[in-house]
Write a protein that binds this ligand. Structure first.
Ligand code: HEC
Ligand code: HEC
Ligand code: HEC
Ligand code: HEC
Length: 471
């Protein structure tokens, strides 16, 4: 594989800044939503008019599989806040290992992390390790993956255990643009080539050079692009008719087939956050006919078995997060008007009935929930499971700020210092979080549409609000 030079002096580290990769806006007409289709939509490379019945015969024959993932964007594992969440490296082996090693190729198209803060860098290292444990063959790095990897000095194929490709030269890193592996299919050789192309600056002329004919082998050619235009299929087909598939950047969490699934090249995106795995299957009926391709989208769902070594890897991640003291380093802003958080226990003397009722709600054990699963040092979790992580005088640690763990009074009513000092006469003020701030669709799938029953479960006030509800 290509030579890699480490250390780019001009690398700018945007500390703490969350930079979402600018996924180019695609105006894709006729995008077809897949929604976990197992039945499979077929695309037939050269004989696009093959009737479905004929195609199905092919699946009885031997097949080879190329798995595609990518756009992890830091999602190592779903948070588990509510049921039905998809994704997680620990469940991916159940998908990939369903196909024997010698009959498959696993490809990740990169975009490992969403930002460049310390936690993102930890995730980056963990993701490389996960891909290694998952036995990936090749990983196509995004521009940002290359930048971060160069800074961390982690882009050595030999050490990583998989091949790297990338369309971005410069940055003191010179990655090959393509990778080819030959697999056997129906007694013949199939050369599978995965190539990355930067379409933004260059023209499509380079595409032809990427896919040189392979002597004596059938080919399966996949092109990964950094941008998709509505006419990408036609332009690539005109420039390089041997391209079977084009992979576009993802704009949605779910994979999407763009345009006509029966047309060559088949254009699709792999989705985001590792929630799905795309499974491209090539079959042959043994004749000299072209390969038949079909694409399935497999949701990485909770009913798939967890892999022990990847579960361990996540525990390593939690350990790194703890050792890095990310909670202490969390960026905090001052509260308005010199207000301070004082903790739920301080409200008890005057609001004992509210306090007792709150103790009985799930909110009062939100921090213990994180402790049970080892995520109590992870700011990405703690932020919604304690009081005021984003503010000075807010939660720092269970030891330093014992009364600020859990979802407390001040999450919803605002910081209590002035209220307490005035014996309750100064009204509590902002910042107050509405339910939806934490009960987002992602973290609380049941909340939307059931606001009323959620509210009923936390009633701790006198109804109707009476003057004498305060002790
Ligand atoms: C945006 C706010 C938010 C973030 C960030 C968040 N959570 Fe939660 N979490 C919630 C809410 C809200 C619930 C309750 C959901 C419900 O019951 O509908 C919850 C519930 C949970 C539960 C289930 C509790 C139970 O017993 O039912 C677990 C476990 C959990 N979160 C873990 C995590 C972990 C781990 C992370 C970080 C990876 C995390 N949370 C990040 C808001 C959040
Ligand atoms: C600061 C974030 C936050 C805010 C604001 C918040 N919640 Fe929660 N809520 C949580 C978390 C975290 C949990 C999960 C606690 C656990 O079990 O560990 C939760 C759990 C719950 C539960 C229990 C769910 C179940 O399945 O039993 C209910 C009910 C609930 N919240 C209602 C509300 C309502 C109503 C509001 C607004 C008035 C609200 N929450 C505001 C974070 C929040
Ligand atoms: C998850 C959010 C949440 C938490 C946590 C919470 N409250 Fe409330 N509280 C509410 C909501 C919602 C009401 C309903 C009245 C309203 O809309 O303001 C309310 C009402 C009250 C009232 C009556 C207000 C009035 O105008 O009559 C008091 C007093 C009160 N809460 C005190 C507390 C105390 C003390 C705690 C902690 C022990 C606490 N609350 C925890 C959301 C919350
Ligand atoms: C020294 C006693 C005292 C303490 C401590 C106290 N309160 Fe109060 N609180 C009161 C009194 C008295 C009222 C009623 C004032 C009124 O009727 O307007 C009140 C009213 C409220 C109300 C309704 C009016 C408003 O300000 O929105 C909320 C909410 C509330 N308290 C929350 C809290 C929370 C949260 C804490 C802890 C951070 C707390 N209180 C601590 C005495 C206290």
């Amino acid at each position: 594989m290509g030579t890699l030079q480490r250390g780019n002096p001009s690398f700018r580290r945007n500390k703490g800044a969350l930079i979402i990769p600018a996924i180019a806006k695609q105006k894709l007409i006729g995008a077809l939503f897949l929604m976990g289709l197992i039945a499979g939509l077929s695309c037939v490379p050269t004989e696009r008019r093959t009737p479905p019945a004929y195609r199905r015969q092919g699946t009885q024959a031997e097949s080879l599989t190329v798995f595609f993932t990518g756009g992890t964007l830091g999602a190592l594992k779903p948070c588990g806040c509510s049921g039905g969440q998809l994704g997680g490296f620990e469940r991916r082996p159940a998908v990939l290992n369903a196909v024997p090693r010698q009959r498959r190729l696993a490809v990740d198209i990169g975009s490992f992390v969403a930002g460049e803060a310390e936690q993102d860098l930890i995730k980056y290292t963990i993701i490389l390790q996960a891909l290694r444990q998952l036995d990936y063959d090749v990983v196509s790095l995004s521009e940002k993956d290359i930048d971060i990897g160069a800074t961390l000095g982690e882009l050595d194929s030999a050490e990583l255990g998989f091949n790297l490709i990338g369309a971005y030269a410069g940055a003191d890193i010179d990655l090959p643009a393509k990778y080819t592996k030959t697999l056997a299919l129906g007694g013949r050789a199939v050369a599978v080539t995965i190539a990355a192309l930067k379409t933004k600056s260059g023209s499509l002329d380079e595409v032809r050079e990427l896919f040189s004919p392979q002597a004596g082998a059938q080919t399966l050619n996949v092109l990964i692009v950094d941008q998709c235009s509505p006419d990408i299929a036609e332009s690539v087909a005109a420039a390089a008719p041997s391209v079977d598939c084009i992979i576009c950047p993802s704009e949605s969490d779910e994979p999407i087939i763009v345009g006509d699934p029966d047309k060559k090249p088949l254009v699709f995106s792999v989705g985001r956050f590792g929630r799905y795995v795309c499974k491209l299957q090539a079959t042959t009926d043994g004749s000299r006919q072209a390969l038949k391709l079909s694409l399935d989208v497999i949701p990485v769902s909770e009913d798939l078995a967890k892999d022990a070594s990847l579960v361990n890897l996540y525990e390593d991640y939690q350990q790194f997060v703890k050792e890095s003291n990310l909670l202490q380093k969390h960026l905090r802003v001052a509260l308005p008007n010199d207000l301070e958080y004082v903790g739920s226990a301080s409200c008890e003397p005057c609001h004992d009935s509210e306090y007792e009722k709150w103790r009985g709600t799930a909110h009062a054990s939100a921090y213990a929930t994180l402790e049970k699963i080892g995520s109590q040092f992870d700011p990405e979790c703690v932020v919604c499971h304690v009081v005021g992580l984003d503010y000075e005088s807010g939660f720092v640690s269970a030891e330093q700020t014992v009364d600020l763990k859990d979802v407390g009074c001040e999450n919803c009513h605002g910081p209590g210092s002035e209220h307490n000092r005035s014996g309750g006469w100064a009204k509590t003020t902002e910042p107050k979080s509405a339910c939806i701030v934490c009960h987002t669709p992602e973290h609380s799938g049941e909340y939307a549409g059931n606001e009323r029953s959620f509210r009923e479960k936390i009633v701790h006030w006198a109804e109707p609000n009476a003057a004498n509800h305060v002790k």
